[in-house]
Every structure is written in C-alpha cells, then in structure tokens.
Design a protein around this ligand. Sequence first.
Ligand SMILES: NC(=O)c1ccc[n+]([C@@H]2O[C@H](COP(=O)([O-])OP(=O)(O)OC[C@H]3O[C@@H](n4cnc5c(N)ncnc54)[C@H](OP(=O)(O)O)[C@@H]3O)[C@@H](O)[C@H]2O)c1
Length: 372
Amino acid sequence: MTRAIDLAQRGRGSVEPNPMVGCVVVKNGKCISEGFHERFGCAHAEVNAISKLSAADVEGSTVYVTLEPCAHFGKTPPCVDLLLRSKPSRVVIGLQDPFPEVAGRGIHQLREAGIDVLVGVNADACERLLAPYLKRLRTGLPWIIAKWAMTLDGRLATHNKDSKWVTNEQSRQHAHRVRSCVDGIMVGVGTLLADDPMLTARAAASGADENLPYALPGNRNPIRIIMDRQARAPFESKLVQSARDQRTLIVCGPNAESRRVDALRDHGCEVVVCSNESSPTMIQELSKILIPAGMTNLLIDGGPRLIGSLIDHQLVDELHIYIAPKIVGGTPTVVPNHGQGVLRMDMANQIENPRIQLIGNDLFVSGLCKYS
Ligand SMILES: NC(=O)c1ccc[n+]([C@@H]2O[C@H](COP(=O)([O-])OP(=O)(O)OC[C@H]3O[C@@H](n4cnc5c(N)ncnc54)[C@H](OP(=O)(O)O)[C@@H]3O)[C@@H](O)[C@H]2O)c1
C-alpha cells in the first residue's frame, strides 16, 4: 500500500478533481505490475496496472489499491467490472470512496463475487494523500494551502513593500511547481497593488526534487483570484489587463462601488459580490461557484493580511513557508500576524508532522495546520 500511495502522488496536479489513486498487483510475494491514475479523463490506476498483465497473471493475485475501485460509468467504465473479469483472489483497499456514486458499492460487488476484500489498510496515509479530495466532497470547500516567503526575522517585504526576491531561485521554482498543481491561486488586493503580479504557473519541467512535496510539476493553469472588498484592483494592472486571456476572479464585498465592479467586468474579470466582508463568507460564496466547476486545491500566495485573516478563521489546511537566511532589520515581526492571532504562546496553532527541508540555503517548512 505504501508503494501504491507513492505511485498515486505522481498524479498530483493532473488528475483533479478526480482523486490520486495508485495500484500494485502482487503474486507469489512479488510485485508483478503497478500503475496510477495519470490524468483526468484517462485510465484509472487499476486499468493501468492490470492491462499490462495476461489474464493468467492476474487470476489469483492480490491487488492493492489506495481507494475503493469505482462502480459507475464516469469518463471511463467501472474498475470493479475489470476486477470481476480479472479474478484476483484478494483486493486490499486503503479507503472506502465517499463519492456518492461509489460509497461502498465497489466493495460490495467484489465481495458478492467471492473476492476477499480488506478495507482500511494504511488508511491514515491514504486519508492524508486524499485530504483535498475528501475535504471537497465532505465540506464543499477547497483544500487551502497558504504559502509565504520570509526572512529569518519574519519579514515578507521591506518597510517600503519591496519583496523581490526574498528567497533563492530554486525555492521560487519549487513554488511555481506548486502553482502548476493547484486549481486556483489567490492574493489580497494589497499584493496586487504592491507587486502587480501575473500569478501564472511557470514551472520548469526539469529539476524536480523527489525529496520535496510537490516533487513533480502538474499541468494546471490556476484560476487567478483577488480578494478585494472595495474593488480597488487597478484597471491597468497586468492581471486585469490579461483577464480576457486567463480566467480572473475579483471577490468583492457588498459595498464595492458598482461603477468599479462594472468596469472590472468590462475588462474581462469575473466579479463575485459577496453578501458580507468576513473571510469565511467570502471563501464560502466563492466555493459555491468554483467547487461545482471542479476546484480542489486553492493556493493563497499572500500577502500577510489575507493569510493572517484566513489562519485566524482556521480556513487554511496546509502551510508552505520558505525561509531565507537573511535579516531585513527593524523591529522583528513574526508574520503573517496581521489578523488577531492567538493571545498566548500556549494557544499557538501547530503544524502537524512538519517537514523541514533545505532548498539550497533556504529552509522549506511544510505541513498540515492543527488549530488550537
Ligand atoms: N514574501 C511573500 O511571500 C509575499 C507574498 C505576497 C505579498 N507579499 C508582500 O506583502 C505586501 C502586501 O501586504 P498586504 O497585507 O497588503 O497584502 P494582502 O494580504 O495580499 O492584501 C491585503 C488586502 O486584501 C484585502 N482583503 C480582501 N479580503 C480580505 C480578507 N478576507 N482578509 C484580509 N484581507 C482581505 C484587504 O483590502 P480591502 O479591505 O480593501 O479588501 C487587505 O488590505 C507587499 O509588500 C507584498 O510584496 C509578500
């Protein structure tokens, strides 16, 4: 199952909104084939693993798969039918699929046919692998990754808002690889005003580092999203100017000036006017539009006010923090503490099982948020 999980991760950034799935076929104690779901709309992991084998090879084998085999016609036929035809003696499953059209039907059909089915093997690791998919199905919200780059004294920019560049070229390449794996990239209007960014994914195909999370580039071109309560986004910004070429959403509050909202729409931006200005409402109302269209992963690429507010509301799931061995000076402020933050250190939120890695001379700290 551990091998199947490793394989599954190779589909990150290419399979969503489908889940990442890996499959390994074992016979007489030997792995005889393996496969993973490589791209949305293409063959599932079980097909990729089993189609390399003869019928005699699969018969009597054990098939390990990270998620319950599908039992419905989606973009491809049901994997359960393939398994029923192939006659393995045992199917070992990481997790039951909560997708309403599967939800235990695959397991039931295999058992009905007399195949020995074991469910829940390495379930915690499968839950972690599939956390974004599971969150989307269970809550109707995207998996939110907050990323920032800072100096050792916790600065995201200098006092006059210069932030190019905090970290080294390799770290920035890694951040672009993450962008190429997500469906949406979001900043607050403060970052738009300070940096005039394009927010596109420009990941190099080579130079992947297998030791880092998001080791491989995906093939996503994320939707660009600006949190902008008063519709302050400048019409001449690169983002607004390119809105006709790449989907761009401006998320406003109810009091945004309608003249500016209309003008942003005229420039090709989609404008979402929320019913109130709180972060939870804005994220929820945005999700109602983007989740049905398949959004799974949303990357918050700054800046400090937006990230601080989302952390205060416990809306961030995963953190990616790049730390450069530099000191800006001035009064050290640990960022992004632009929301309220907690009152006492013993109330501080934690990163669960943090991974701390070197990227050149930069530190990369990543992990899941565990709120106090
Ligand atoms: N080092 C890094 O990783 C990094 C990354 C990004 C930015 N930066 C730097 O950060 C600086 C900009 O900082 P910033 O704090 O102004 O940027 P920001 O967080 O991108 O923008 C903040 C603004 O977003 C708007 N906003 C809309 N909805 C919000 C919500 N739910 N919660 C919070 N804010 C919301 C607010 O303006 P309204 O009330 O008008 O809507 C707020 O003033 C720049 O110097 C930039 O270079 C650094």
